[in-house]
Design a protein around this ligand. Sequence first.
Ligand code: F6R
Length: 612
Amino acid sequence: MCGIVAYIGKGQAYPVLLKGLKRLEYRGYDSAGVAIASGGQVQVFKKKGRVSELEEALTGREMEGHCGIGHTRWATHGEPSDINAHPHTSSDGKLAIVHNGIIENYSQLRQELLNKGHRFQSETDTEVLIHFVEEVRNNNRCSLEEALRIALRRVVGTYVIVILDGDHPDTLVAARKGSPLVIGIGNGAHFLASDASPIVEYTKEVVYVNDYEVAVVKADELILKNSSNEIQTPYVQKLDLELAAIEKEGFPHFMLKDIFEQPRTIFDCLRGRLDAAHAQLTLGGIRNHVEALKEADRIIIVACGTSWHAALTAEYMIEELCRIPVEVEYASEFRYRNPVIRKGDILLAISQSGETADTLVAIEGARQQGAIVLGICNVVGSSLSRLSHEGIYTHAGPEIGVASTKAFTAQLAVLAMFALKLARDKGSVEEGRFRELLTGLEGIPARVETLLEQNGKIAEIASRYRDSRDFLYLGRGYNFPVALEGALKLKEISYIHAEGYPAAEMKHGPIALVDENLPVVILATRDRFHEKIVSNIQEIKARKGKVIALVTEGDEIVPSMADETIRIPEADELLAPMLNVIPLQLLAYHIGVQKGLDVDKPRNLAKSVTVE
Ligand code: F6R
């Protein structure tokens, strides 16, 4: 949600900012802008629309300067427009700021500043913040760094901010609370960004700034201080990220690349953890909580969006294998509804980005009440990984497509391992079943590979249904969360209204929607509900609905009734979601592409929801 990039060094800032903004555009893309310090002046250029539109507008202009900040926006305060785009400047035009997050008490600060004679051009909280910093600096006659520290004591909300000062183009000042900020250490240069993607081609040495820290950054110096003004030793880490991982590598879209990477990402997730031949499962990331898990009376899982669908699948897995009650909660509801948490409760938090604001606040609250927080997360070094007591990384690699795909299947793989490991530790699963599932899980990457061969067929199916107004997705048991996820993917990518339902619920309402114009995607792979799902298909056909069925290879009954059939390799029902979701991702992708939509950057969405 909003991307920030900044550069200070011997080289020219603008090319670094522009490239960085393109890499960060998946975080927000309704406007973009840069500010560059040069000759005692701050030049600001900003524009509604995509980064490419900003680039076009700036083509041919002199963009000289060794210190600059850039921003790609996802609007919170004020509609997307040139004026509301970042960077914003102080009254005297000397300070420029980029900001990711929300200043919750901005209207109060705004009123105070208006009373003191400040005037604002935009509707944003960010412009208020930079005027406030300016006011504090002028009143206290102090440095920018000091002014920022004082100002932040009054600020309620979340932020990553980077400020540039035209009078001091040798220094950038930055701070964070609740949103990520990475600083890359180059040769006579520093790179600041919301994530490592704009940094990786320049350096692999990075520092993750902590909440409440202020960074004072020069070309060859980085000083970090905490809120009490004490110098902190920066913890320099090696970035485990290759440039290829954040490029399209021949795929027309990141989303398709992410989908096609799944055989490898699931394999990477299992690697070093699962050894089916020796019936071994190792999850080093939670080794210190084995006893607590075995004794847990219940497990609460919090997550949002696609990660919430993974959580729902985990509920089925853990209850079946471990016989521990599981409660799955939307993080946004959990954080506000005063939930009952007992000391020793296990709270599992699932998040691709590890930066989702609601999830982070939910786990903070649960920790304060004595819960043990275990994180399942994709982004190494993210806020979630730092707020959790222990956790498991999904190792799916950077997910650039805004809609989550490969992160979901990696989450399912981790959750299957988690449930199996806990079940074995507790002795709640028979050895034969444990081994069978381990072997099945190990075989998933190869089955995904086979499944992807149907990409062309799914594109054809997409062409027959892309003009539909609504879709229904139905599944039972382990396939119910997959139905929800399939519907979410379609909504996000194609803007077609879609609903996911437990198949048996159809008769309690949604069946009223069924007619010859309604495509119904039915997850009918072989499991304990198979006969019941066959009855559901008959009910839909009796009302002339169009059935797109996912069936296990070898099934000839369902294909004889369905309008479209997608064949899925054989898998245990507990593991089937990792396969079944893939054609649904592809269906959403192809419908979106065929409708001419930007599937990597769907409207109104942004990767990583860092505001509530
Ligand atoms: C769906 C999607 C979102 C995210 C949700 C949670 O395709 O991407 O629904 O799943 O915003 O994000 P994370 O997993 O980063 O916490």
